[in-house]
Design a protein around this ligand. Structure first.
Ligand code: HEC
Length: 467
């Protein structure tokens, strides 16, 4: 990149007189080998190559590894980078430089790609090409050769008539698969077919299109024990119609730390969420806020905002005990097709006990939202993509090295065998989010709440669920 900046500097200096006369004729045109390939290597090939990153089942459909395969895409590349659509990254520019997995082009890099396309995509001299990047052998997985691959246990046929379908599978990790407890270093889900919209496998995690595989920073881990029961929630989504049915058997690959390894920090996930919203028909900017408090010193690892087709923006703000505030993440134009994770570089971001994180999300239920399936409908919480969700996932860990929290894996499960909701955590959340006192509720009221959390199928419409 340095070399490029330098090059652009020379180019722009030598072009000064030409610019004055508004004539770029003596500015050398960028060529593929000398100028474009270095930019593409650094910013695009992580996805655009054979065996490129698996983003929750989405794999870049073309490789930009040589001239022949890149040349036909020149104009499309120019369009995509000019519009800011590629490389995919949705955080606001205020946060440039904050996240480790940031994907951004410098102005110079963008200009190089665009002027190259405009100049007719010249190849240049192959002798000027940078050395090809040696991508690590992936064995078909972005995280490298896995230690254990698990799948949902059976083949499942998504029928022709299906548009949205939720199906649940239960599997158990046998002692043969996992003789002793192990600490997880990396997790990569692989959808078994094109119609998988998302997978949530408790307690391992989940994916939706645009997610990158999870690789924990060294010293950070989640626990897996033999006998752990896995619940696979599969969301299939496709155009219904004759001949559209497909078989699926999705899987997940795990990489472990060495046996006997003890991590310093257990990775936890806090879903900032509300279920009590009602987005009026046609409303172009419906907003909801939710706050959660961290009772102990913590390390923030990353964020994944999740809404559906009407999702418009997401904003996370830290409110520190001393009264100051800090913008943690701002996604001004949320794109449902890119469920991006925003990750801090190791070792994460420290926050003091008592810090609150406030999540604000907004939705566009107007006809101006091109993704809106029906602007005449009032929209509430629900599983189908045509209903809405409000989740601001926060991945974090306790700041105290060696501290093993009581609940090691989210709201409804722990890192181990427990599959029940953690009652204390649940009560705390109800109090914080909804000002509901669990202990004072009648059994019917409790049932009602559990129903809403578990199923969340108030907008059941086109959702079907199996087993
Ligand atoms: C994080 C992975 C990733 C990175 C990095 C990335 N792309 Fe892509 N790109 C994709 C995926 C996935 C698609 C397919 C999108 C889809 O199917 O909707 C795509 C599609 C495209 C397309 C085709 C768009 C169309 O539909 O016509 C172009 C052109 C493109 N990328 C250019 C680039 C360029 C140039 C870079 C680097 C500056 C880049 N991409 C970086 C993942 C990536």
């Amino acid at each position: 990149m340095k070399r490029l900046l330098f090059l652009t500097l020379i180019v722009s200096l030598s072009a000064l007189p030409a610019l004055a006369s508004n004539n770029n004729a003596d500015q050398p045109e960028p060529t593929f080998y000398e100028d474009v390939l270095p930019v593409i290597q650094e910013n695009c090939q992580v996805c655009h190559r054979e065996g490129g990153t698996n983003l929750g089942g989405m794999v870049a459909p073309m490789a930009f590894t040589d001239y022949k395969s890149t040349r036909p895409w020149a104009r499309s590349i120019a369009r995509q980078v000019e519009a800011g659509l590629m490389p995919p990254w949705h955080a606001s520019h205020e946060l440039d430089g904050v996240f480790v997995n940031e994907r951004l082009l410098t102005d110079a890099e963008r200009k190089t790609l665009v002027s190259w396309a405009k100049a007719g995509a010249p190849a240049g001299d192959v002798a000027d090409a940078p050395e090809a990047i040696e991508w690590p052998e992936t064995h078909g997985w972005s995280i490298g050769e896995p230690d254990l691959v698990l799948d949902m246990g059976e083949d499942f046929f998504v029928e022709d008539h299906v548009e949205d379908e939720y199906v649940y599978f239960q599997t158990e990790i046998t002692e043969e698969q996992l003789p002793t407890k192990r600490w997880i270093k990396a997790v990569e889900f692989r959808p078994g077919s094109k119609v998988v919209h998302h997978i949530i496998t408790r307690p391992l995690g989940g994916i939706a299109p645009g997610n990158t595989p999870t690789v924990h920073h060294d010293g950070f881990a989640t626990l897996l024990e033999p006998g752990t029961k896995l619940t696979w929630q599969m969301h299939y989504h496709k155009e219904p119609g004759e001949g559209t049915g497909v078989w699926d058997r999705s899987s997940v690959a795990l990489k472990f730390y060495p046996e006997g390894y003890e991590p310093q920090h257990v990775v936890l996930n806090e879903p900032l969420t509300r279920f009590d919203f009602e987005i009026p028909a046609g409303d172009p900017n419906y907003t909801k806020t939710v706050t959660t408090k961290f009772d102990r010193d913590s390390i923030l690892i990353g964020y994944t905002p999740h809404m559906h087709l009407r999702g418009k923006s997401a904003r996370y703000v830290a409110k520190y005990p001393d009264g100051s505030e800090e913008l943690l993440l701002d996604v001004p134009r949320y794109d449902f097709n890119w469920q991006t994770d925003y990750q801090y570089p190791a070792p994460g971001k420290q926050i003091p006990a008592g810090t609150e994180i406030e999540l604000t999300m907004s939705w566009d239920n107007s006809a101006d939202n091109p993704f809106n399936p029906d602007p005449t409908k009032t929209v509430t919480y629900g599983e189908p993509t045509t209903a809405e969700m409000m989740f601001g996932f926060v991945t974090y860990a306790d700041a105290e090295a060696g501290y093993v929290p009581e609940n090691a894996g989210g709201l409804f499960s722990s890192g181990g065998n427990r599959r029940q909701a953690d009652p204390e955590r649940m009560k705390k959340m109800l109090k914080e989010r909804f000002d509901i006192d669990w202990d004072t509720l009648s059994p019917e009221e409790r049932q009602e709440i559990i129903q809403r959390f578990r199923g969340g199928r108030r907008d059941g419409g086109d959702a079907v669920s199996g087993r």
